[in-house]
Design a protein around this ligand. Structure first.
Ligand code: NAD
Length: 493
């Protein structure tokens, strides 16, 4: 149980000396002295100057990963040994949980208590889960005539480049790195330029936990330079990307313009949350508010379109508004804070622009909409109702604490509205009617459908999207499919 006060966290923050150099081939690597600044969203103050990877650093990291894969021990180890290394890595993350949570809160603005209790727990659990399953996988020996033996084996695919966003800097990284390493691949991780500090620290922790040099490399740098260099790199076999749909398109082009590396995409969302008239309105409202405001609304799965039956729309919306007003927006280092700061000044401008346009389009502002008049990038939790399906707020991903409420009158209309999106990441359904729950979850095109809950699940269920929310699955045994190739060996006896 974490029992640190605001003052305790402030003192720890003042003492924190974040990692600011790349982790390449098992060692710190400062690059050529070129750096970029990382700013704390909580007050706009400079946090650190971080080594900026260019082509040279990306080449070094990719070459180290290539060597570790082609001639190193890692892909050739007994799976149980790889598993033990991942479990040691998980132990190390747990042992540094407080420091990593603080680093995340400082670099991207989420409440430190959420970073500690939710994100760091998820990260350690992810490395542990893939460590534990590493030696429990079996291959296939299909039946043949007696003069032959057929083997279908899964082989690690090679060097994986993982490029991830800032909203869950280490969870998004772990969802890619852990299965890739468990499969026997080697990895180059590039965190987002807004949140490189926690990932750089993870690189050092991996080395301390005994991962061999070159197996896990971390380079910090901007997307259009370092991210692009990884995307085009001839030594990279697989690109595992989480981020916006716009940048996902770049990665498909990078693959086409280079070695046709495989590309896996976890992209944006505009998830519908459908409340039928027989649902428990207060439970649905509590979950809807939690879902859309959690992590400052910077959630790919945020249920940002609340589709409510018109007969209970006012009741549900009023309850969401009440919940929104009860949130405590403030310093991420204050344990009493329930909503922190948006990641950057630019992002705050973008989110506020969505609000301005929703107003202009005729949506009704029920609460929020204003930034807090203090240093840092704080925005009130915001709810609009009377949102029409053709308004930008019903279609575009905001990636901030802004809810659009729409109404429907029939189940068919709810399904039509839910599917009227280029995205297909997740959806929610609230009803006590079992048949309606099944009908709707079948009809809605989404990678995950939650019934009478939201954001629930475990590492044993896959996560990912359809349509322009991407393809491929993180988590569960299915994630290993991204990092392995099937080989058929046919032996004449
Ligand atoms: P982003 O696409 O701007 O950046 C993601 C990563 O891509 C960063 O590391 C960035 O440096 C890199 N990048 C940016 N431009 C690049 C380029 N031209 N070439 C190569 N790399 C480039 O996204 P973001 O702002 O960091 O994160 C927000 C987005 O991520 C939202 O759309 C959100 O829905 C999505 N997201 C999706 C999931 C999911 O699992 N589906 C999870 C979290 C976030």
């Amino acid at each position: 149980m974490l029992r640190l006060s605001h003052q305790d966290w402030l003192e720890r923050a003042a003492r924190l000396r974040p990692m600011t150099v790349h982790h390449i081939d098992g060692a710190d690597h400062a690059g050529d002295g070129d750096t970029f600044p990382v700013v704390a969203p909580r007050d706009g103050s400079p946090l650190a100057d971080v080594a900026r990877a260019g082509q040279r650093e990306v080449d070094l990291a990719a070459a180290a990963a290539r060597r570790a894969f082609d001639t190193g021990a890692w892909p050739r180890l007994a799976p149980a040994e790889r598993g033990r290394a991942l479990i040691r890595f998980a132990d190390s993350v747990e042992a540094h949980r407080e420091e990593l949570a603080l680093t995340i809160a400082l670099e991207m603005g989420k409440p430190v208590t959420e970073a500690y209790t939710i994100e760091l727990r998820a990260v350690a659990a992810c490395f542990r889960w893939y460590g534990e399953i590493a030696d429990k996988l079996v291959d296939e020996a299909p039946q043949t005539a007696s003069d032959a033996l057929a083997l279908v084996t899964r082989e690690p695919v090679g060097v994986v480049a993982a490029v991830v966003p800032w909203n869950f800097p280490l969870t998004m990284a772990a969802w890619k790195v852990a299965p890739a390493l468990a499969a026997g691949c080697t990895v180059v991780l590039k965190p987002a330029e807004q949140s490189p500090l926690s990932a750089l620290r993870l690189g050092r922790l991996a080395a301390e936990a005994g991962l061999p040099p070159g197996v896990f490399n971390v380079v910090a740098g901007e997307g259009p330079t370092a991210g692009r260099a990884l995307g085009l790199h001839p030594d990279v076999d697989v690109l595992a990307f989480t981020g916006s749909t716009a940048v996902g398109r770049h990665f498909l082009r990078y693959a086409a313009d280079s070695n046709l590396k495989r590309v896996w995409l976890e992209l944006g969302g505009k998830s519908p949350n459908i409340v039928l008239p027989d649902a428990d309105p207060l439970a649905a409202a509590a979950s809807a508010a939690w879902g859309v405001f959690f992590n400052q609304g910077e959630m790919c799965t945020a249920p940002s379109r609340l589709l409510v039956h018109s007969s209970i729309a006012d009741r549900v919306t009023d309850a969401v508004v009440e919940r929104a007003r009860a949130l405590r927006v403030g310093d991420p280092l204050d344990p009493a804070t329930t909503m922190g700061a948006l990641v950057s000044a630019e992002h705050l401008v973008r989110v506020r622009d969505h609000i301005t346009r929703a107003h202009a389009a005729g949506a009704r502002l029920r609460t929020g909409g204003a930034r807090l008049e203090r240093a840092g990038h704080y925005l009130e939790p915001t709810v609009f109702d009377r949102v029409a399906p053709d308004m930008a707020l019903a279609r575009e991903e905001v990636f901030g604490p802004v809810l659009a409420v729409l109404t429907f009158d029939t189940e068919d209309e709810a399904i039509r509205l839910a599917n009227a999106s280029e995205y297909g990441l997740a959806a929610g359904v609230w009803t006590t009617n079992l048949s309606a729950a099944h009908r709707i979850s079948r009809a809605v095109r989404a990678g995950t459908v939650w019934v009478n809950c939201y954001e629930e699940g475990g590492l044993n269920v896959p996560f990912g999207g359809v349509k322009q929310s991407g393809h491929g699955r993180d988590k569960s045994l299915h994630a290993l499919e991204k990092y392995t190739d099937l080989k058929t060996t046919w032996i004449a006896l």
